[in-house]
Design a binder for this molecule. Structure first.
Ligand code: AQP
Length: 332
C-alpha cells in the first residue's frame, strides 16, 4: 500500500523553503486519497539546544502552519513526534542496526556539527536513525522532502535493507524520496550557494511564513542579484545562482515552470522583476500568515488536534513496534 510520511522540525519559524519544499506539496497531495502522516518532529529539534517555552510555541505554530497551508487534520494525520513512544523505541533498534560510518558521511551532520564535532550532541549524530524510525514506524512508502533531505531518506533505505537482511525478514518496506516541483531547494536570499534555513543567523536571508507584506517586499528588494537582465530561457540562468533562485521561487509560487516564467519576464531587469515577485509572494503567503495568527489565538485547540493525531498515529505504530521487538527477540 502507498503511504506518505514527512516531518518538519519545530526548531524556529517556518520559512518559504519549508513551504515550497514541503507544506505546499503536502497540501496538494492530500487530495489523491493516499494516507498521509505529517509529524512535528520535536525530538529532532532538541538535537540542538531549544529553549523549552520556545519549543512549545514553535510546535504549535508549526501545526498552525500545516493547517493554514491547507493540510486538513481530518484527512491527514497531524501530530508531534514525542507523543508517540514508538519513534524513540524504534530509533534505539536502528541505532544498533546503523553503522557509525554511515552517519559520519551525512552532509547535514558535517554542516551542523561544524569543526567541533566532539562538542555536538550524540542525538545530532544519530539524527538519521531517528528519522528512519519516523518513516518506517508507519511502513511509509513515499517521503516528500526537499533536496536537502534526500541523503537521509537514502540512509533510511539502507537501514531498512540491513534490518530485513540481519533478521532474515521482509518486514520494512524500502521507502522512496519524492522530490518534485520548481523549488525543491530554495536558496538564501543573501547567498545563492546556501539553502534558505530557519536557523540562518541573518533574518534577511529568508522569508518567514509570519513576515508581513512590508518585510517580504523589503527582503526581496534587498535580495542579492546580478546586474544582467533576465534571460528568456532556463540555460541563461547557469552560473547565476541568485537569479535562478528568484525565478524558481516565482515559478513554484505561481505553479508554473521556470521556462514559462522566463517566457514572460525574459529581458526584464531585476528592478522590474523583484516587485512582481514580492506581489506574488505577498498574495500567496499573507492569507496563510493571517490564518496562522488566528489559529495561534487558541493553543488548546491546536493541542487537541495534535493529541487526536497522536492517537491515530499510535494505532498504526503500535503493531509495527511490537512486531519489530518480537523479530529482534525481545520477550513481549
Ligand atoms: N531551503 C529549502 N528548500 C526546499 N525545501 C526545504 N526544506 C527545508 N529547507 C528547504 C524542507 O522542509 C522540510 C522540513 O525541514 P526541517 O525543518 O525538518 O529541517 P531542515 O531541512 O533542517 O530545515 P531548516 O529550515 O534548514 O531548519 P534548520 O535551520 O533548523 O536546520 C524538509 O522536507 C526539508 O527538505
Amino acid at each position: 500500500a502507498h503511504r506518505v510520511f514527512s516531518g518538519i522540525q519545530p526548531s524556529g519559524g517556518l520559512t518559504l523553503g519549508n513551504y515550497l519544499g514541503a507544506l505546499k506539496r503536502f497540501a496538494q497531495s492530500q487530495n489523491t486519497g493516499v494516507q498521509s502522516i505529517y509529524c512535528m518532529v520535536d525530538m529532532h529539534a532538541i538535537t540542538v539546544w531549544q529553549d523549552p517555552a520556545t519549543l512549545t510555541r514553535a510546535t504549535r505554530e508549526l501545526c498552525a502552519g500545516f493547517i493554514a497551508s491547507g493540510i486538513d487534520p481530518e484527512k491527514s494525520i497531524l501530530f508531534n513526534q514525542s507523543q508517540v513512544a514508538g519513534h524513540a523505541q524504534l530509533a534505539w533498534v536502528f541505532n544498533c542496526v546503523a553503522r557509525m560510518g554511515w552517519m559520519q558521511r551525512m552532509t547535514q551532520w558535517k554542516d551542523k556539527a561544524g569543526k567541533n564535532q566532539q562538542n555536538a550532541s550524540l542525538g545530532l549524530f544519530a539524527y538519521p536513525a531517528l528519522m528512519a524510525a519516523d518513516i518506517l514506524l508507519y511502513h511509509a512508502t513515499h517521503v516528500p522532502v526537499g533536496e536537502d533531505q534526500k541523503q537521509h531518506v537514502e540512509l533510511t533505505r539502507d537501514i531498512a535493507i540491513k534490518f530485513n537482511h540481519d533478521f532474515g525478514v521482509d518486514f520494512f518496506p524500502i521507502p522512496e524520496p519524492v522530490i518534485e516541483g520548481a523549488a525543491t531547494r530554495v536558496m538564501s536570499l543573501r547567498d545563492g550557494s546556501k539553502k534558505m534555513s530557519k536557523s540562518d543567523p541573518s533574518d534577511m536571508a529568508r522569508i518567514n511564513m509570519t513576515d508581513d507584506a512590508d518585510a517580504i517586499a523589503s527582503k526581496i528588494r534587498k535580495a542579492k542579484t546580478d546586474p544582467e537582465a533576465l534571460p528568456s530561457e532556463a540555460e541563461g540562468l547557469e552560473g547565476r545562482a541568485e537569479a535562478r533562485n528568484l525565478v524558481r521561487i516565482y515559478a513554484a509560487l505561481s505553479d508554473t515552470t521556470v521556462d514559462d516564467v522566463l517566457r514572460d519576464v525574459g529581458g526584464r531587469q531585476f528592478s522590474e522583476f523583484k516587485p512582481m515577485l514580492s506581489d506574488l509572494a505577498v498574495a500567496k503567503l499573507s492569507p496563510i500568515s493571517v490564518e496562522m495568527a488566528r489559529l495561534m489565538e487558541n493553543p488548546s485547540e491546536i493541542d487537541a488536534i495534535l493529541a487526536r493525531g497522536a492517537e491515530r498515529a499510535r494505532e498504526i505504530a503500535t503493531p509495527v513496534i511490537d512486531r519489530t521487538l518480537e523479530i529482534v527477540g525481545m520477550v513481549r
